[in-house]
Design a binder for this molecule. Structure first.
Ligand code: SF4
Length: 203
């Protein structure tokens, strides 16, 4: 299965955004509220790629509007990157979760789902043609750079990629929120800021 057959022949962000709502390229559309497509300027110089929409993103229909998104916003402001100048998206467009009581708990997308959804990401990149690509977390990084990519080892390093001349990876902001102690959260956040400062310098 793949999203490829659901892609429109004319590629603009608004057309893609509408078309993704009809995608049945994998099973994830069955339980999510809606597809959450990327958002931002059509000619954004920076594209940030996360893993998948979370609970709040699924409810509201916008990427990075939950706790991790607020953490990202704060970090972007601190390093001087205006979020309105970037495009944010995810490797997978539907929320994958399991229900525990009334809560919907995030479940990591598997390789089949990531592969199935890749045509949407490819289409976004083909339209935007960013200068700088930033993968947030291992899932996005391995989708873009391949399964051998290790964010812990490669974070902050820039390489050339067919989608952008400068591509890099760092942690997903949700990893900062999950750090078990206040001290570790501070350390993770400081390292995240250091990676984003390199992105700012690359602009
Ligand atoms: S996750 Fe991606 S491939 Fe799967 S149904 Fe949603 S948009 Fe299509």
């Amino acid at each position: 299965m793949s999203a490829a057959e659901f892609l429109p022949s004319k590629m603009t962000l608004p057309i893609l955004q509408e078309a993704v709502q009809g995608c049945h390229g994998c099973e994830l559309y069955k339980h999510a509220t809606r597809a959450v497509f990327g958002e931002g300027r059509p000619r954004a110089s920076i594209v940030l790629i996360g893993e998948q929409p979370g609970d709040e993103e699924d409810r509201h229909g916008h990427p990075f509007v939950g706790p991790a998104g607020r953490m990202l916003d704060r970090a972007l402001v601190e390093v001087g990157i205006d979020r309105s100048t970037v495009y944010v998206t995810n490797a997978v467009k539907h929320f994958k979760f399991e229900e525990r009581g009334k809560r919907r708990i995030h479940k990591k997308p598997n390789g089949t789902e990531l592969k199935a959804c890749r045509p949407w990401l490819e289409a976004e990149m083909a339209v935007i043609k960013p200068s700088v690509l930033v993968c947030l977390g291992a899932t996005a990084a391995q989708t873009v750079f391949g399964p051998a990519w290790r964010v812990t080892k490669e974070r902050g390093r820039f390489v050339e990629h067919p989608w952008a001349p400068h591509a890099t990876s760092t942690i997903h902001p949700s990893a900062i929120l999950r750090a078990p102690t206040e001290e570790q959260r501070h350390a993770e956040y400081a390292a995240f800021l250091a990676d984003l400062k390199k992105v700012h310098a690359m602009m």
